[in-house]
Design a protein around this ligand. Structure first.
Ligand SMILES: Nc1ncnc2c1ncn2[C@@H]1O[C@H](COP(=O)(O)OP(=O)(O)OP(=O)(O)O)[C@@H](O)[C@H]1O
Ligand SMILES: [Mg+2]
Length: 323
């Protein structure tokens, strides 16, 4: 039996105006595993990540659910206890990495700070900072540790962020679109680096992305999010081989195909529904090429179509009616 490091159970988050950004999201992460949450913009991926870290600011709030990290429930912890979990046990790279380094401190001192919080002696911390810079393949590491964030490139700042998180050996790293702001060629290097380092440190990764290309390069398992819900979940080979949810299929078609002249092909027609209003039936029904009457009336239940492969779609209930 694989050891679960993170268990998210029916997590729900709402913002002001009754926006139900995340609705009863459930998934697990095994030790050392990479799980990708994928979906279009506004589907609630970042909100899910921030809720796990307990970083939802009022008037937004977690309205329900449980989050277990190594069996310990996080939502009930005091703020002080939660601060101890952040950084040391769970590291997070935010969606906008270029803003997450403080411009007034050198990049090395910001990496050292975390280690000193972990009670590492100063000299030892600085030695590890240099080693970390080398680990994340920053050239001239001993010089670069003294650079301010504005003196290094965006790609390098992202490498610093990854190093900063991983040098504290968190058991879980949450990476929210860590390469989206970067050039495509730089993206590939960062993904490769993350793959190397997660193996080296045996870190579980919750990877958030809208890009199935990144899912293919990194993930062991995938959860597809739509309008605040997980609509399909399974291991990466199964999802790529036979996606069940029409939304997953369409998202996969939106994968940039570099070999084709047209470049990025289809985007899915229509938009994510207004999450401040109650939605009748399946949230995807309006945009779904396969929608039937039942889809517009009843919300589909999540069913296990085959072991480990879950899908919430009327068309796949019990496995029949698929295709
Ligand atoms: N601080 C906030 N206050 C109000 N609404 C918010 C806030 N943060 C997110 N939302 C809303 O919650 C929903 C989910 O947003 P979220 O940022 O989690 O999506 P996402 O999947 O991460 O999208 P993206 O791919 O664009 O990053 C959206 O409708 C968004 O407008
Ligand atoms: Mg986001």
């Amino acid at each position: 039996m694989e050891e679960k490091i993170l268990q998210v159970k029916e997590l729900s988050v709402s913002f002001s105006g009754g926006v139900q950004a995340v609705s009863k999201v459930s998934f697990d992460l095994n030790r050392g595993e990479t799980f990708a949450l994928v979906g279009e913009s506004g589907c609630g991926k970042s909100t899910t990540a921030r809720a796990i870290m307990r970083l939802i600011r009022a008037p937004g709030r977690i309205t329900g659910g449980e989050v277990y990290f190594e069996g310990k429930e996080l939502l009930g912890l005091s703020e002080k206890e939660m601060t101890a979990v952040r950084g040391k046990n769970i590291g997070m790279i935010f969606q906008n990495p270029l803003d997450s380094l403080n411009p007034v401190y050198t990049s090395g001192s910001q990496v050292a700070e975390g280690l000193i919080v972990d009670k590492m002696e100063k000299g030892e911390a600085w030695a590890l900072v240099e080693e970390t810079f080398r680990d994340v393949k920053i050239p001239d590491a001993e010089k670069r540790v003294k650079s301010y964030p504005h003196e290094i490139s965006g790609g390098m700042r992202q490498r610093v962020m990854i190093g900063m998180m991983l040098c504290r050996h968190p058991k879980l790293l949450i990476a929210d679109e860590p390469t989206t702001a970067l050039d495509v060629t730089i993206q590939a290097g960062i993904i490769e680096l993350m793959n190397d380092l997660r193996r080296k440190y045996d870190t579980a990764v919750l990877m958030i992305t809208h890009d199935f290309g990144i899912v293919a390069d990194m993930a062991d398992r995938v959860g597809v999010m739509y309008a605040g819900e997980i609509v399909e979940l399974g291991d990466v080979f199964t999802i790529f081989d036979h996606p069940l949810h029409p939304y997953t299929r369409l998202l996969m078609k939106a994968l940039p195909v570099i070999t084709k002249k047209e470049g990025r092909l289809e985007t899915i027609p229509g938009t994510v529904p207004d999450l401040s209003k109650p939605i009748q039936g399946c949230r995807f029904a309006d945009r779904c090429p396969d929608a039937c009457d039942a889809c517009r009336q009843y919300s589909p239940a999540m069913v296990e179509a085959e072991p480990g492969h879950l899908c919430a779609c009327h068309r796949v209930k019990g496995g029949e009616g698929n295709e």
